[in-house]
Design a protein around this ligand. Sequence first.
Ligand SMILES: Nc1ncnc2c1ncn2[C@@H]1O[C@H](COP(=O)(O)OP(=O)(O)O)[C@@H](O)[C@H]1O
Ligand SMILES: [Mg+2]
Length: 258
Amino acid sequence: MAKRIDVSGLSAFYGTHKAIDDISMTVEPHSVTAFIGPSGCGKSTFLRTLNRMHEVTPGGRVEGKVLLDDENLYGPGVDPVAVRRTVGMVFQRPNPFPTMSIFENVAAGLRLNGGHRRQDLSDIVERSLRGANLWNEVKDRLHKPGSGLSGGQQQRLCIARAIAVEPEVLLMDEPCSALDPISTLAIEDLIGELKERFTIVIVTHNMQQAARVSDRTAFFNLAAVGQPGKLIEIDETDRIFSNPSVQATEDYISGRFG
Ligand SMILES: Nc1ncnc2c1ncn2[C@@H]1O[C@H](COP(=O)(O)OP(=O)(O)O)[C@@H](O)[C@H]1O
Ligand SMILES: [Mg+2]
């Protein structure tokens, strides 16, 4: 089941440095939301607050609330490890475990959860690889190292690993920035399919990509270097790219800065 994300008054810090300030937004289930904005405006930081990864950085601290449906991820007694299972993440550089086989890479997250019988494990691995549009390319080499795949295949392997534990939300931080155009289109197609099952948030540098894959787009910006990043506006993607409400958004999408 995909879940709704409801963020209110969220700020994030690295030690005393405030990286993002007072962000509020909602993300509907079964939708894709793109985060755009110039480098350093806090897109990655904000994304990592949505699954409690930010606090893993020394000095990393958060104020505010993130509700997943009705549960505050920062509420007392919430287990951050369970949060990271519910809200999965795919990173910029494909990062399969290099010494593990393709099969083991997908099974890795499941084994941590424990309690899967061998046949169940193979079924879930197959289902996840099919879900990531990778099965046909790897079904004859499941026990070869994941590192032998192309960059685009490795990224789909990481997506298979992320969806194997059946999260509710998938966060992707510039998942195509290390990929060639063909592999990028394969991931974009996949994102369109994955939103049937998950709530998806993607950070992208590529404006065309945001326009192609997302339903809603959030524009972030910095008032000045050293200032925290802020959410400037969030709206339907068509609206952001045709008739945004804020001049800074218009300037950014038309390539005047960033
Ligand atoms: N590990 C870190 N330690 C300290 N500051 C960081 C760290 N990561 C990011 N920052 C700072 O947080 C701000 C936002 O960075 P980031 O979230 O990476 O922006 P974006 O993804 O939009 O490029 C920047 O000022 C950056 O220098
Ligand atoms: Mg970033």
